[in-house]
Design a protein around this ligand. Structure first.
Ligand SMILES: Cc1ncc(COP(=O)(O)O)c(C=O)c1O
Length: 491
């Protein structure tokens, strides 16, 4: 490992060396260029990336904090908002802002609706958001930041929101209802039209989180997707977020947050009038707002055009369908839900292998794996650039399943026991403490080679437990997990 740089060098380093050192730092990174990483990077192709860099660099130094000083950025931001409003079937009254990503869009929306409730329903002491449990965790984060309670509802066997349960949970403390188009874990679109009708009837705001798939669903819909209207066509929808830095193939740091009306959006604005530094007004969470991502997002939309997006969406969707049908043919595996778009999540079929052990085996073959829980599964976000690797993935997966099935110890080796236990541990506080320990070791003063070791007690606690009690420990956790699920279903 290269020595840690722990102070600014007295003399600046040679720029060529700096670039080489940066490159060396990246040697162990996820290999997204080969298509072996299923999320985090939405590869738009070399040519498009080179163009985005040019667009980004053209506005590298500009700052949208002051839209009067940089009218260029204001214009590009409002054109991105208008293009998005049109894409999501909004009328001319739809307004919006760009943010740095899905989480900031969601933070802004949740904050705006809390402020709205404070004005319109000042009697609410414990504001609540009603949403299916598959809603992106950024809402949980926003609720945590802004003192709001999440009221989660169940989902059907395909992962779609249980509309009846949502309706029943909407009450006098509800400040917002939220659902996804699509949800991240399994890629299915919630019944937006039905939820919208309830929200319109009950007069509660309804936010559609289209952060993940907002810039691919409209194209899949044109190609024959049958998930129904998910945007401003649904009268009860009051706002929608969609990330440009995902399937919008823009540079990182770009999302758009749209409201049906300025009446709701204005609650998002922050204005301070008495600061010695002057009157300060800010539309989103960020203060300084980098010009690069705004410029690159604008450039992505106008340069790819409908044709470019449609073609990429078709290739990604075809690849996802190919992946899903290939997985269904592997004995012992099943897909969690029939995907509405380009996510495929696979799990063990009845009597199938330990998913986390298969995940470990796939990782050993150089695939970057996203493990999920409830049910234990693996998430694949499929991109158009991954079409050429689908067959290799399927063949590796088949081999790994066979390998795990022939090795009775597979579940107690590698990372499988840790993930297995974390998914099933009935005392969730213990899991949380373990994960906080991982964060402490990632962001601690000393660099550690394997921060995830901290999650299992740092001293190999899980390994010791598994070595001592073996399958018994897992069987007990399985039972506890089943009880927990039954209790949750009854609630
Ligand atoms: C449905 C959904 N909403 C919100 C987010 C958060 O987006 P970001 O990671 O850009 O903050 C994601 C990220 O994957 C997502 O899938």
């Amino acid at each position: 490992m290269l020595a840690m740089v722990d102070r600014i060098p007295r003399q600046g380093m040679d720029k060529q060396l700096v670039l080489e050192q940066m490159k060396a730092y990246g040697e162990g990174d996820a290999d997204w260029r080969s298509g072996r990483t299923w999320s985090l990077v939405y590869d738009a192709g070399d040519e498009h990336i080179a163009f985005l860099k040019q667009a980004h660099n053209t506005y590298f130094s500009e700052n949208a904090l002051n839209p009067m000083a940089f009218k260029s950025l204001r214009r590009m931001e409002s054109e991105v908002v208008r293009m998005s409003a049109t894409l999501f079937n909004g009328d001319e009254n739809v307004v919006g802002t760009m943010t740095s990503g899905g989480t900031e869009s969601i933070l802004c929306a949740v904050y705006a609706y809390r402020e709205r409730a404070r004005k319109k329903k000042p009697w609410i002491r414990r504001p609540e958001i009603v949403a299916p449990k598959t809603l992106h965790v950024a809402f949980d984060k926003a609720a945590h930041y802004f003192g709001i309670r999440m009221r989660y509802t169940g989902v059907d066997d395909q992962g779609r929101a249980d509309v009846k349960e949502m309706e029943n949970l909407i009450g006098r403390n509800t400040i917002l209802v939220a659902a996804s188009a699509p949800q991240y874990p399994h890629g299915v679109v919630d019944p937006i039209a039905e939820i919208g009708a309830i929200c319109a009837k009950k007069k509660v705001p309804f936010h559609v989180d289209a952060c993940f798939g907002g810039f691919i669903l409209p194209w899949i819909e044109r190609l024959g997707g049958t998930f129904g209207p998910f945007d401003f066509r649904v009268p009860g929808v009051t706002s929608l977020s969609a990330d440009l830095h995902k399937y919008g193939y823009a540079a990182k740091g770009a999302s758009v947050l749209l409201y049906r009306s300025m009446d709701d959006m204005k609650n998002q604005f922050f204005v301070a009038t008495d600061w010695p530094g002057g009157i300060y007004a800010s539309p989103t969470v960020a203060g300084t707002r980098p010009g690069g991502p705004i410029a690159a997002a604008w450039a992505a939309l106008v340069s790819l055009g409908e044709e470019g997006y449609l073609q990429r969406a078709k290739e990604a969707w075809d690849a996802a369908k190919h992946l899903a049908s290939g997985i269904k043919e592997i004995d012992g595996l099943a897909i969690v839900a029939e995907p509405d778009c380009t996510v495929v999540a696979w799990m063990a079929a009845e009597g199938g292998p330990d998913v986390y052990a298969v995940a470990d085996a796939m990782e050993a073959r150089g695939w970057n794996i996203d493990r999920q829980q409830d049910p234990p599964s693996v998430h694949c976000t499929v991109n158009w650039k991954q079409a050429p690797v689908i067959d290799t993935y399927l063949s590796d997966l088949r081999t790994c399943v066979a390998e795990v099935r022939s090795n009775p110890k597979a579940s107690s080796e590698g990372q499988a026991p840790m993930y297995g236990m974390m998914a099933k541990m009935p005392v969730r506080g213990l899991v949380k403490n373990g994960v906080v320990k991982v964060l402490e070791s990632i962001y601690g003063a000393k660099q550690v080679d394997d921060p995830t070791a901290a999650a299992s007690g740092g001293d190999g606690f899980v390994d010791k437990l598994v070595a001592k009690y073996g399958d018994q420990a897992m069987a007990i956790l399985d039972k506890a997990d089943n009880v927990r699920k039954r209790l949750r279903r009854k609630k």
